[in-house]
Structures are given as C-alpha cells and as structure tokens.
Write a protein that binds this ligand. Structure first.
Ligand code: ADP
Length: 726
C-alpha cells in the first residue's frame, strides 16, 4: 500500500510537473520576451520562440548551450559568477542588477538586454527561469533622448556663456572650441564683412589639434574672389558642401580655394546682426568628407543667431558707451551745473560744475537731497512748480530761485528744469541745468537804478532842450526875417542906389564931353573924380548884390556855348587904357579862335574881368598872361602877373569878403575887397575851384577850373561831402 501510495503520489507529482511545464510553455510562447529555462550549471534546457529569434539560433541549437556563452564578452565572466551566486542563494536581484548587459546574437551582433530571473525547484533540482528582454529600441530611444538633452544643454550653455559682461572675443573662441569638439570638425570660423561689405574683417577662428589656422590668410580677403559663395551668403542662403566634388563650375573659384587648403567639407551660415547680414559662420573638415546632419546644422544656426545677438548688443553697448561718454564730456566741460534727481529730489547724477556752484564735494552732494540746498519757502515754490509741470504735461520750465551753498552763502539761480520719464512713461526724476545769475541780478538792479536816474535826467534835459529849441526857433525866425529883409533890402535899395549913380555917371560923361560948355582943368578933374567915385560905388553895390543873391540861392546860371576868345578880348579892351597907361603887355596863351565852352557868359566875363583887372591893378611893370589849358574833365584858366605878389601871411584873407592886403600900395588902389570873394562864388557856382600861387614882390598866378560835366561833378562833389560828413 505504501508503495502504491508512493506510486500514486509519484504519478501525481509527474502530472503536476507536466502541467507546470505545459503552463510555462504556453505562457512563454505568448510572451514576446525570450524565456530560457536553465539548470544549475547554466545549461539551457528550455527556450521559447522569442528566444530563438532573439539569439538567432534554432531551438535545437539553443538547448544544451550554456547561458554564459550567449552573454557578450565584457560581462560574460561577471555573469557566470553572479549566476552561481544566484543558484546558491536564489536571490534574483544579483543578476537583475547587472547593468549594460548585452547578448551575442548568432551573427555576432550585440543586443542590449534586460534579464529578470527566478529560481524554481523541479525534480529536486534548482532550475532558473530567465526572462530576457531585447531593450535595443529602448536603448536607442534613450540614446537619442540623451543626445537631445546633451544638445539642449550645449545650446543652453552657449547662450549662457554670453550673459553678463564678458570678453566677447574670448567667449566666441571658447564657444567655438566647445562646439568644434562636439561636432568634431577641423575649424569653426566667423568672419565679419568690412564697412563696404567688400572684404572680410574681424575674424574669429578655432582650430582642432594639428589643424593650421587660416585666419591670417582670409583677413582682408576680397569677397569678389569667390563670387558664388559670397553671393549666396549675401542673399541669406546657407552653403553646405558635403563633398567639394559636388561644387558646380560656377563655384570654381571657391572649389579651388577649398582644394588649396585641403578642406573636404564645409558648412557656412550667414550671420545676421540687427537684421542685416554682417558676416558668416561655419565649420570645415579637413579630414573627412561628411554629410552634415540636422543637429550640426541646427547647432551652427543657433550659434550664429546667438553671436548675432551678442554682436548687436555689443554694437548697442558701444554706441551707448560712446554717446554716454560724449554726454559726460559735454556735461563735464560746461560751466553750468547739471543735475539729475529721483522724484524725491535725491541726487542721482550731476557734473563737476554743480559741485563748484554749491561748494559741496562729489561725495557730499551724492548724499544730499535738493531740498537741503534751499530754504523752506523756495522748496515749496519748487515743488509747486514741478507739480504744475507734471499736471500741465509741459516738457520744461525755467525757474529762478535762491540756493543756499555749503558756506551758507546765497546764489541767485536760473534753472531749466526737465521731467524724466521711465519706459512706462511715468515721471521718474527731474533733471536740470543751473546757472548762477547773481551778477546778472546785481547788474539788473544797478541798471534799473541807473535807468531811473537816466530817465529823470532825460526828463530835465528834455525840458531844458525844449526851452533852448524854443529860443533857437525864435532866434532863427528873427534871422530868417532879417535875411529876408536883407535880400529884399538889397534888391530894392541896390536899384534905388544904382539909379542915381547911373544918373551921376551919365551926367558926368556929358559934362566931360563938353556938351554943356567947356570946363576948365580943375572942373574936368573934379568931374572925373565924381565919375570915378560913382563908378566905384556902382561896382561895389553890384558886387554886394551878386554876393547876396548867390548866398540866398537866388542867382542861377544861364549856361550856353560861349566863344572864349571873344569874351577875353572884350575884357582886355575894357582894360586897355589902364594897360597902356602902365605900359603893360598882355598875352593870351592856349586859346584858339572860336573856342567855345559851356558856361554863363556874363558870369564868366565877370570872373575874367576881376582876375585880369586885379593883375593889371597890382602890377607896375612886366606883363600879364592869360592862359587856357584843357584836360579830359576840366577847362583850366591861369591869370599870371609880374606884380607886387602876396605875402604868405596874407594868403588867408585873399578870398574873404571886404578883405584887402594891409599895405599903402593896395590902399592907393581902388577896391572894396569884394572882387575875389565874388569870383570864388561864381567859380563854385559853375562847379569849379579857384586858388592862387604868389611870390611876394615877384608876381601872382590865379588859377581856376570849371568841370566840363558839371552835373556829374556836382553829384560826385555831393557824395564826397556826404562821405566826409560820416
Ligand atoms: P580889391 O581888388 O577890390 O581890393 P579883391 O577881392 O579883388 O579886392 O582882392 C583882394 C585883395 O587881394 C586885394 O586887395 C589885394 O590885396 C590882393 N590881390 C588881388 N589880386 C592880386 C594880384 N594880382 N596881385 C597882388 N595882390 C592881389
């Protein structure tokens, strides 16, 4: 019975075992993972379909193989040790913890796997059930993920490298080093175009170990040397050359250039700075021809964008720095104080002139508030004015107030105050320019005082002047009346005076001619004296009348063409008796018969008469010469005598009214001292001038000139007078 029971039990166990094995088989066939049943020596005694396809062996070949032989060599001995430990302890983690486990496929291909293992006891023997999962897809996925992550990190690290105040050149070069190593290229390069976009400038380059730098070779390189690539980049296109064989004939120059530098592959992107193409950035490879992949393109593109931004920021900063420097220089050089405060009046910026103006040092002023420079009242005034400025939305205001300096002295200030705004257009401060107007204020006060005084003075003087003018006007009226009276008097009286004189002369002639009986010698002498005196009187009255007419502007010329010779002859014939009595000869020079000039006949004759009669009068022996000289503009006349001459001391009186030389000789000659003064006036009336030269005891020469074009002459004369009066 026990035997039977034993057998039954055995049978039962076998049946159960078969059932389990059947179940394992069924389960293992449905699972995609490879399932191996391995004995405690590691020999495979069961495998499913998935195991066949994972390992690349048919079932028959797998059964009997030791599991260690299927593990890739690096881990196979490790696996063996861990497996025997597992068999001893049954602890599955010993094997499951093994990382980087790879199985070796039939064709030697390495496949990453994950192993989970369990031990079961069958037939009193320990068996291991190993579930092996192909994780190559997961690994691949992980690898891509890792690469992406690394790429993201790389890009993030590139942009963060440029944050803050960095040395741009060094940062670009170190960035090139990182990306150059990452993508394993020969060079990473960047060139900027020059100002005319004609040549390469400002190069940046990183070279891998053992690669020659091309930096100097391309510095200043004219872009016209390689038109194909230059045109592409300038038009914003990227240039990707996987193999230089791909380059068309159009790109022959560029191809030759790459060949000459042994470059096998190159990729270049245009570099945009502030929206415009300012250069390019690229990778090249001297070692391999390569197909530039998407990641490399992206990396280059992103680096190009980052550097573009960095250069744009640098340009902005440079410009800002320049304009800030200019601004500071200007503010530093001006004499006016300049300040900026926040809305509370704390100084945020000011120039040196403000320190000079206030007497505070830079340090002191920096810690001051504007209100501390003014008294309370001024502060209220300033605050009110600034509030008004904000409310009225005005841009600026000129304020005048008194500032208290460090030494407590007060200065009058004129300040142009402006509001400052932040980017949200809110007022965030006040700026202003202040100048010391104390001196101006003082002088204004003085000027005011002076003006008041001056006004008073002017008022008094005006009254005085008005009085003086009134008197002068009265006086002038009297003079005018007197002058009018004189003219009228002379006009009427000369007539009245000349009429009886004419009668006296006429009757004297009649008596002398003996028409009314013969006269004895004494009577003839008396009558002659009467006649001479009357003639002298007549001549004098005529001269006075002429002078007064000229003076009052009542004498006008009657110009006509006159025969010079004839009037000179007429004058000489009047004077002939006197000439003969003195045995004086007279000569006419330079005057042809019938020579005519434009002048007033009677007045010109009067001039000739006065000059020649004077010459005859003041000459006792020798001769008289009348000379006519014509030039381009003038008719010139000289009357030369060999008479008594004139002393230099008497020169001044010669043309004066009623003046004669004080000498017995002159006194013995008839005359009133009016002849030459009238002659001078008549010459001037013709627009001419008169003068004389004389040598005392030897003779005189009286000369006068009359302009041919008297109107032009008068105009010039008036202009000259006007210029002289300036
Ligand atoms: P009058 O001949 O009537 O004295 P004038 O006015 O003609 O007056 O001359 C003024 C003075 O000039 C004369 O009195 C004389 O002293 C001087 N004088 C004029 N002509 C001559 C001359 N040719 N030689 C010397 N003295 C002269």
């Amino acid at each position: 019975m026990p035997f039977l029971l034993d057998e039954i039990e055995k049978e039962f166990v076998i049946q159960e075992k078969n059932k389990i094995e059947e179940k394992i088989k069924v389960i293992s066939e449905v699972l995609k993972d490879a399932i191996l049943q391995v004995d405690n020596k590691g020999r495979i005694n069961f495998c499913n379909h998935s195991a066949e396809s994972l390992f690349g062996y048919p079932n028959k070949k797998l059964i009997g193989k030791k599991i260690f032989s299927l593990i890739f060599r690096e881990q196979s001995s490790n696996f063996k040790i861990k497996f025997s430990n597992f068999i001893k302890t049954g602890q599955s983690h010993i094997i499951e913890d093994l990382n980087d486990l790879y199985i070796k496929r039939n064709n030697d291909i390495k496949i990453p796997v994950e192993v989970s293992i369990n031990s079961i006891k069958l037939d009193k023997k320990v068996r291991a059930i190993a579930i092996i999962r192909d994780i190559s897809k997961r690994k691949e996925h992980e690898r891509t993920l890792n690469e992406n992550l690394k790429f993201q990190k790389l890009i993030a690290s590139i942009s963060s490298r440029f944050l803050g105040n960095v040395n741009i050149y060094n940062t670009i070069i170190s960035t090139f080093q990182i990306i150059g190593n990452e993508v394993e290229v020969s060079r990473v390069f960047l060139f900027l175009y020059d100002d005319f976009k004609k040549a390469l400038n400002n190069p940046y380059e990183w070279c891998a170990k053992g690669i020659e730098s091309l930096l100097e070779k391309f510095r200043g390189f004219s872009i016209d040397n390689t038109p194909w690539v230059s045109h592409k980049l300038m038009s914003g296109e990227r240039v990707i050359v996987n193999s230089i064989q791909d380059l068309s004939t159009e790109a022959i120059n560029y191809k030759n250039l790459l060949i000459s530098h042994e470059i096998k592959s190159v990729i270049i992107f245009p570099l945009y700075v502030a929206g415009s193409i300012e250069g390019f950035i690229g990778f090249d490879d001297e070692k391999n021809q390569r197909v530039w992949n998407q990641d490399e393109e992206t990396l280059l593109q992103i680096t190009s964008q980052i550097i573009g931004f960095v250069l744009e920021r640098k340009n902005h900063l440079d410009e800002l720095k320049k304009s800030e420097e200019k601004y500071r220089n200007i503010l530093g050089s001006i004499k006016e104080g300049y300040f900026e405060t926040d809305v509370m009046g704390n100084f945020t910026f000011f120039n040196d002139a403000l320190c000079d103006l206030t007497g505070y040092s830079r340090e002191e002023l920096r810690n001051l508030n504007y209100s501390e420079l003014c008294d309370e009242e001024t502060n209220r005034y300033l605050v009110n004015e600034i509030i008004k400025l904000i409310e009225n939305k005005e841009n600026f205001k000129i304020l005048e107030y008194v500032q208290i300096n460090k030494d407590k002295s007060e200065v009058n200030l004129e300040s142009s105050v402006y509001l400052m705004y932040n980017s949200e257009n809110e007022v965030n401060g006040i700026k202003g320019m202040v100048r010391d107007v104390t001196e101006r204020k003082k002088s204004e006060a003085l000027r005011k005082q002076f003006n008041q005084k001056l006004e008073e003075e002017v008022r008094i003087r005006t009254i005085e002047l008005e009085e003086a003018l009134r008197k002068q006007k009265l006086y002038l009226d009297q003079i005018l009346k007197a002058s009018q009276f004189k003219t009228e008097f002379l006009a009427t009286m000369s007539h009245e005076l000349r009429t009886p004189l004419n009668a006296i002369i006429g009757f004297a002639d009649l008596l002398l001619e003996g028409l009314y009986g013969s006269l004895n010698v004494d009577q003839v002498d008396f009558i002659r004296d009467i006649k001479n005196s009357a003639e002298h009187q007549f001549e004098m009255i005529s001269n006075i009348l002429d002078i007064s007419k000229i003076e009052s502007g009542n004498l006008s010329l009657n110009r006509e063409q006159i025969d010079l010779h004839s009037i000179v002859e007429q004058v000489i014939s009047i004077l002939r008796p006197l000439l003969n009595s003195k045995s004086l000869s007279i000569q006419i020079k330079g005057l042809k018969n019938h020579r005519t000039i434009l002048a007033d006949r009677i007045k010109l004759k009067q001039i000739f008469y006065n000059l020649i009669s004077n010459a005859v009068k003041f000459t006792e022996k020798g001769k008289i010469t009348f000379e006519f000289i014509e030039d381009k503009e003038f008719w010139n006349f000289n009357v030369i005598d060999t008479g008594i001459g004139i002393k230099e001391s008497d020169y001044d009186l010669i043309f004066k009214d009623f003046k004669r030389v004080e000498s017995d000789y002159v006194r013995s000659k008839q005359g009133a001292g009016l002849g030459l003064s009238l002659t001078k006036r008549i010459v001037e009336l013709h627009g001419g001038t008169i003068s004389f030269e004389s040598s005392f005891g030897k003779g005189s020469c009286f000369s006068f000139s009359i302009p041919k074009n008297v109107d032009l002459y008068n105009n010039l004369h008036n202009l000259n007078q006007f210029l002289l009066s300036l």
